[in-house]
Design a protein around this ligand. Structure first.
Ligand code: GUN
Length: 303
């Protein structure tokens, strides 16, 4: 039995961050300007706290300005909108990210729609979704952007390949499908209502799993030699029953990794696959947004 090539997202993210850092250094030298990213977090969600701290550290390491706004869990929608407005009008801030989830009293769509689309480094604004759909330059959601970079680095030209995206979320599945289509793949978006999902996936040269169901994609869903991108990050009980009883967990993807790796041509592990690319793409988007605000063409950032 053959074993798939491992797609090393950690190494790829380090390459991308190094390219962003160099581009930021050139911008500073030529224009005396550094990109600025503002991250807004409302409340105390522990996972969000970890993500936000990590985003701030990576941003500064890349030579950029990083501001973190920590708001109380009881913050009103009006106060959050006022902060977004202030950041929209701050010329030193080129990227704005409002960490999700938001508390119940706040309508996330209203907040995301209030962000200036040219500073929307998450790529969640409807204007950026529209730009992606019609092929205009915009800001692309970080996770699918990272996935397409890994796929192009692994496979080169994607023209004519059959791609199945499992999952239809606005932040991963739909933009992922648009990016694959822009690379001239034949794209199918599958979801919980899809009939005979295993057979559909078995016809794919590329499978992108983004459903949030632990180890759902099995080896008999994979065409021998296909490329598998696993976007899932799921916490499940530890393999060891004693540790599981103590509440210990481990992280798995949406793909049953070991069995899928025996069939696939290449596969991303979890952790260490798509995950590390997401923050790297956030830095890339912040640099891109800064260049565009100055009317200059960003240096190409590829793996
Ligand atoms: N929460 C979890 N992932 C993300 C993300 O990529 N962006 C934002 N804004 N919130 C998140």
């Amino acid at each position: 039995m053959s074993t798939a090539r491992l797609i090393d997202g950690k190494a790829a993210s380090q390459t991308l961050v190094a390219r962003v850092t160099e581009a930021v250094g050139r911008m500073k030298a030529a224009h005396d300007r550094v990109p600025g990213l503002a991250v807004v977090i409302v409340g105390e969600d522990p996972a969000s706290q970890i993500y936000v701290r990590s985003k701030g550290e990576r941003t500064r390491e890349a030579g950029m300005r990083s501001d973190t706004h920590r708001l109380d869990a009881a913050t009103s929608q009006a106060d959050l909108l006022a902060l977004v407005d202030q950041l929209n009008n701050d010329p030193g801030i080129h990227g704005i990210l409002v960490q999700l989830p938001l508390p119940d009293q706040i309508d996330a769509n209203a907040v995301l729609s209030a962000i200036d689309p040219d500073k929307d480094v998450d790529g969640f604004h409807v204007v950026n979704a529209g730009r992606l759909a019609v092929g205009l330059p915009g800001l692309v959601p970080c996770t699918p952007l990272g996935c397409i970079m890994l796929l192009k680095a692994e496979l080169g030209d994607l023209t004519g390949l059959n791609a199945v995206v499992v999952g239809r979320s606005n932040i991963v599945g739909k933009p992922m499908a648009q990016l694959l289509l822009a690379e001239s793949c034949t794209v199918t978006i599958a979801h919980s209502r899809t009939r005979d999902l295993p057979a559909l996936c078995r016809a794919a040269d590329i499978v992108v799993a983004a459903v949030g169901r632990p180890e759902m994609v099995r080896s008999d869903w994979i065409k021998p030699g296909a490329t598998v991108i696993d976007v899932g990050i799921n916490r499940v009980p530890s393999r060891d029953p004693v540790k599981a009883a103590e509440g210990k967990t481990r992280v798995v993807g949406d793909v049953a990794f070991e069995e899928a790796a025996a069939v696939a041509g290449a596969i991303t592990p979890v952790p260490g696959g798509v995950g590390p690319m997401t923050i790297a793409c956030l830095l890339a988007n912040t640099y891109t947004a800064c260049c565009r605000s100055m009317g200059i063409e960003p240096d190409a950032l590829t793996l």
